[in-house]
Design a protein around this ligand. Structure first.
Ligand code: ADP
Length: 233
């Protein structure tokens, strides 16, 4: 699903405050894997996730996603890949608070650069698709509530529904349980595991070793490098 070859990322290139955040990252993630990226603050985890998400570019190397080389693409092309192939979940949910759950989940359907199946969808159909995604995260009863009325765990479920509404092959999560208590965090991990078992490849950035231990594999980053012999995190 993902191949990174010798990826280097340099911030503020050519300026006094130039900083190399990633050094020669080589990484393969297979379809159907559930992988944790762990490491201390400032290690380069978010930088790596933003590259994987096609939100940010890189300076050297190659990134191949599902057979597509992600380099030198126009923003429109990148947006298309993001919309079709990638779902993103953030620690702070990044929902529109005044919108209902269903309206939030419909957003990626509204913003589709081109409809995934080539056909334009009407609002009724979009609502139906969004409702299916909410069902998949056990939030169908709360679809009509403004998300500002929901608990943290419920918000994260809505955010996950929004991330999967276009059936992406890849789900990227940046500290998805970072703002949640232990019990809710456990519920969210069960949900992510179930989505993984349904076939979605999942990459999770986490500080939480309990979360990391529930993934198939841990990738440890330190000072912008993948540790080949990681310490016992
Ligand atoms: P992590 O997610 O592991 O905490 P980041 O990927 O956010 O780490 O950051 C890695 C390093 O890159 C840090 O030293 C950070 O200060 C630096 N960095 C991140 N974003 C920028 C940026 N936009 N400009 C300059 N330096 C940055």
């Amino acid at each position: 699903m993902i191949t990174l070859r010798n990826i280097n990322k340099i911030y503020n290139k050519g300026q006094q405050n130039e900083f190399q955040a990633l050094h020669d990252i080589n990484l393969q993630i297979k379809k159907g894997e559930m992988v944790a990226i762990v490491g201390k603050s400032g290690a380069g985890k978010s930088t790596l996730l933003h590259i994987l998400a096609c939100i940010d570019g890189y300076d050297e190397g190659e990134y191949e996603l599902d057979g597509n080389l992600i380099k030198g693409m126009k923003d429109r092309e990148l947006a298309k890949i993001r919309n079709r192939k990638i779902g993103i979940v953030m620690q702070d949910y990044a929902l529109v608070d005044d919108f209902s759950g269903i309206e939030n989940v419909m957003l990626p359907l509204d913003f589709s650069v081109k409809p995934v199946d080539g056909k334009k969808k009407g609002r009724t159909q979009k609502k139906k698709i969004a409702m299916e995604a909410l069902k998949n995260v056990e939030m169908e009863e709360f679809g009509k509530n403004p998300v500002k009325e929901l608990s943290g765990g419920q918000k994260q479920r809505v955010a996950i529904a929004r991330a999967i509404v276009n059936n992406p092959g890849l789900l990227l999560a940046d500290e998805p349980t970072g703002a949640l208590d232990t019990k809710t965090s456990d519920d969210i991990m069960r949900l992510l595991k179930r989505l993984n078992e349904q076939g979605t490849t999942i990459v999770i950035i986490t500080h939480d070793m309990e979360v990391a231990s529930r993934c198939d594999r841990k990738i440890v980053i330190e000072d912008g490098r993948i540790m080949s012999n990681p310490p016992n995190y």
